[in-house]
Design a protein around this ligand. Sequence first.
Ligand code: AMP
Ligand code: MG
Length: 398
Amino acid sequence: MITVSEALEILAGACAPLPAERIPLREAFGRTLAGDIRSDVDWPPFDTSAMDGYAVRVSDVPVPGATVAERAGVVEAGRSPGPALRPGECVRVMTGAPLPEGTEAVVPVEDVRREGGSVIPAVAPRAGEHVRRRGESVSAGTSLLARGRRLGPADVALAALAGAEPVAVHHRPRISIAVTGNELVPASARPGDAQLRDSNGPMLAALCLSGGWPSTSRPAVADEESAVARLFASAGENEDALITSGGVSAGDFDLLPAAARRAGFEILFHGVAVRPGKPIAFGRRGATLWFGLPGNPVSTSVCFHVFVRAALDHLEGADPAGPVRFSARLASGLRLRGRRETYRDARLDVLDGENRVTLIESRGSHDLAAHARANALVRVPAETHELAAGSVVDCLRL
Ligand code: AMP
Ligand code: MG
């Protein structure tokens, strides 16, 4: 059986970024850049005032109470600053206005008295005070955002500043979700004898959305050869990635891996040394990917976070790929028997500026109630038999 890191390598190799498209910046939040963005302008684009006030030379206001002659007129935002400041002269400027050449500081309007044609600052400004210099934040030609960046709101603003409108981003993967199992009824129904409600379908849609990916639901699939064969025959018509739940372990009705193979999928792995989630399968037919997640709800969720998230990120060209990882101190110790890499439900708190994780008591991979209380997973490396309280562990954010 392969390890988690081997599985992640296989996924990275099989999930090439989808092609690029150009979209309006106002729709670009959460999308990943298909190319670097360089600025074609300086930012600020000219020397500008940070305050409503008076543009001065500092040598003209050596002490509070000095008198400076006021030039007629006001420099507004969006207007030319007029001629250079002459010695002994100041000019009224508004926030965001370009500053006349020779300006060394701006004295805020609150800090001056006006008398006749003169301005009397109550403070002696330091050079550069309330002045924003051209290019001090961004100089033209520099790279602002790298390809693979998932755009946050401030990134969108930076892209706009650089003129990247429309912006080139990778296509989002088209995802469909199919749950399998004769025991399932929809969440809207009351389960009969030996039935249970499908929780994985809604959860997988939510997990996809948490990564920014809309998905579509396929009809639930019965544990019958013909139904499973139909699912794989049509895979790829409307999706880049098909995510299934159930039917991949070793039971008599776990039909999916064999059916996928018969339908022409190459199975790139089936079985990973991970707990929970060992039976996970991954296959590919042409450009269509299949993620076969085990049906136990906590396994489904853990497999999505650990494997599918990373794969979908790769498909979207995102760098870094996969869930946010961090380290934290264990609040209490634990003993394990497993040899597999293990993910445990945990609660992350920040105490005295330090990440602390507390393991959540769980009855197993069906214990959705425990899982829903978790906001993190603690990763326990393979072959770990004991972790002491206070030890530092790798975690993954849910
Ligand atoms: P399987 O992986 O198909 O063997 O399913 C393992 C366990 O997960 C079984 O107890 C199923 O009843 C449960 N299960 C499978 N699919 C779902 C689902 N969509 N929602 C909730 N539980 C499920
Ligand atoms: Mg099943």
